[in-house]
Each structure stands twice: as C-alpha cells, then as structure tokens.
Design a binder for this molecule. Structure first.
Ligand code: NAD
Length: 314
C-alpha cells in the first residue's frame, strides 16, 4: 500500500534541472521554507542558480516568506540519484525532449524513497509516453507551471494512464498548500490546457504579422493594454459573462455568439513559421524594446507582475 505524507510533514524537495523553470522553482520552494536539493548536468549551474535565487529573493520577500525560509537550505548534488535520495517531492525541469526525460526517469525511478511523488514541469508532452519504462509510474504526475513559477500561481496537474488517482489528488492539494493555484486537467493532450489557449492566441498574433494588420508593438498592445488586463482578473468565459451586461452569458451567447462564429470561419489554418516571419517579429521587438535588454525586460515584467499579483490577491 502506497502511503502519502501529510502536507505538513513534507520537508525535502528535489529539483532536477535548474534552467529557466528549475531555478525559479528552487527559489519558490526555498521561500516556502523547504530544504531544496538540486541537480543540473551543465557546467557552472551552481553559481547561476545562486545568482537566480539572490535576484528572486527580494521579490519573494515582498510576497511574504515562510517563517523558516532560508537561502542556506539549498544543497547542490552531482547526480540525479543523490538529488532525489531524501526527497518527499520532486519537481523535474529537464529539457522538453522525450528521450532526455525518459533517460532521467530510468535513473531516479528506484533512487527515490517509496513515499516520494514525482512531478514534471513538461509544457506539453504526454506523461504516459514519458513513463513507459518506469516501474513506479503510479507516483508520476504532471505539475505544469508558468514562467516564472516563483511568481505565477498557476500549476496544471495532469495524470498519466498509470498515475494513482490518490497521487493526483495529493499533488493538487500540495501545490495549493504551498500557495499555488492548481487546476486539474482531466485528459492528456499535447500542451495541456493553458498552453493550448496561449498557442491559439499566438497563432492569431502571428497571422496578424503575416497579414500586416498592425506593427509588432501595436499587436502586443492589442493584448497588454486591452483584453490582457481583464484576463488577469477573470478568465475568458467569466469575462464574456459580463460582456452580456445584465443578461449575462445567455445574452452574450445569443448576441455575440453568431458574430464569433463568423470570425472563427475566417480563422482557419495556421501561419508557416518561416525565417522571414521570425526576422520580422525580431525586428519589431527590437523597435519596441529600444535600449532595454532581455535582463531589463525580465526585471520590468517581474516588477509589474508583482504589482498585478498583489492587486488580484485583493
Ligand atoms: N520556459 C518556460 O516558459 C516553461 C514553462 C513551463 C514549463 N516548462 C518546462 O520546463 C522544463 C524545463 O524547461 P526550461 O525552460 O527550464 O528549459 P531550460 O533549457 O532553461 O533548462 C533546462 C535545464 O535542464 C538541464 N538539463 C540538460 N539535460 C538534463 C538532464 N538529462 N536532466 C536534467 N536536466 C538536464 C540543462 O542544463 C538546463 O539547465 C521543460 O519540460 C519545459 O517544457 C518551461
């Protein structure tokens, strides 16, 4: 019989892969007061991880640290097996390649304690495909975060065909316990749910470039200065509930539904991601960014995100 730890007995979290996602997860788990054990196969990862945690820490402080939170609770490992040896929970952030993840899972399958739950950050791979050679597949689950996970609350939880339903339930509860907003995706589909929504939006944003509807800057503003602001507060169905005025969604459905259906008919197909298209988007982004570097833009995103998070928490 598989036994799960009560949430308040979880002490040790392991993070495999400390690139963009992993470093952010490490920062978040430390801020929540956990001992974090990390591993990454690349050269110089320890100092990059320390720098990331140092940069993220003031942001996490402003959101509120756990009383026992400490940056010194971070340990560095030289193998995935040693990284997970004492884990109560594992968050895996290896590159989005089936072969890499399968190879990694084979190494840690029996290196984890029996009670450990293993969650992968995969953006869109099918968990059942990743665990084909894993003996303990019942404790593997998807916990898909959004960049940067030390700030963005959403985590999509998806079970594979072999995942124990109790593991899925535990994982949903655990992410909530540590302050995340977990949602359950009921079926395994490429891209889960939120990335499919993003992909639909980006398809239109890209077609807007191909069809020369507006400048890159204005296409960005069409979302960030408009519907994007509302979408930070309420999701698409609830927003349209209000689009119908006092008549609510019923009014929206009968009033705007037919128009939407007409627009959908003109939205078939997808753009071809050519070199020229990429160049056009990069040129437009350079115009919009001006002298701001990627580091500047990331800092600006995170500073503004903190304000949005504090606002929507109300
Ligand atoms: N970047 C995003 O916005 C985002 C968002 C949500 C989920 N994810 C998912 O998170 C995972 C990691 O993505 P990322 O953006 O952090 O990638 P990344 O390239 O920034 O980081 C990947 C890290 O994995 C390390 N690595 C290489 N081989 C490895 C191995 N065999 N085992 C463990 N680690 C290994 C690399 O050295 C690197 O540090 C992917 O599954 C991705 O789909 C990414």
């Amino acid at each position: 019989m598989f036994t799960y730890l009560p949430f308040d007995q979880v002490k040790n979290i392991s993070v495999l892969g400390t690139g963009t996602m992993g470093a952010s997860w490490v920062s978040y788990f430390l801020a929540q007061g956990y001992n974090v054990s990390a591993w990454d196969p690349s050269d110089g990862w320890e100092s990059r991880l320390r720098t990331f945690v140092d940069t993220a820490w003031p942001q996490l402080e402003s959101l509120g640290l756990a009383s026992n939170a400490s940056k010194t609770a971070l340990t560095f490992n030289n193998s995935p097996e040693s990284c997970v040896a004492n884990a109560d929970f594992v968050q895996e952030n290896a590159p989005e390649r089936i072969g890499i993840k399968q190879e990694l899972y084979a190494k840690i399958d029996h290196a984890m304690p029996d009670h450990t739950i293993f969650s992968t950050s995969t953006s869109g791979l099918i968990l059942s495909d990743l665990v084909t050679s894993v003996d303990t597949a019942h404790r593997f689950v998807v916990g898909h975060p959004f960049n940067p996970p030390h700030l963005i609350p959403l985590v999509e939880v998806v079970a594979g065909q072999k995942t124990d339903p109790a593991v899925t339930e535990w994982t949903m509860g655990f992410y909530k316990h540590i302050g995340k907003h977990s949602i359950l995706i009921r079926k395994e589909v490429r891209g889960h749910l939120a990335n499919r929504l993003q992909a639909a939006l980006w398809r239109e944003a890209t077609l807007a470039v191909v069809n020369d509807l507006a400048s890159i800057e204005d296409i960005n503003a069409a979302m960030s200065q408009g519907p994007g602001l509302r979408l930070a507060v309420m999701g698409p169905h609830m927003i349209f509930n209000l689009t119908g005025g006092k008549g609510g969604f019923e009014k929206f459905y009968s009033h705007f539904g037919p128009a939407m259906e007409e627009w959908w008919k003109t939205m078939q197909g997808e753009p071809e991601l050519t070199r020229e298209l990429c160049d056009a988007i990069v040129a437009g982004l350079k115009d919009e960014a001006g002298s701001r570097t990627i580091d500047d833009l990331e800092a600006e995103r995170d500073r503004k995100l903190l304000n949005v998070l504090k606002a929507v928490k109300d």
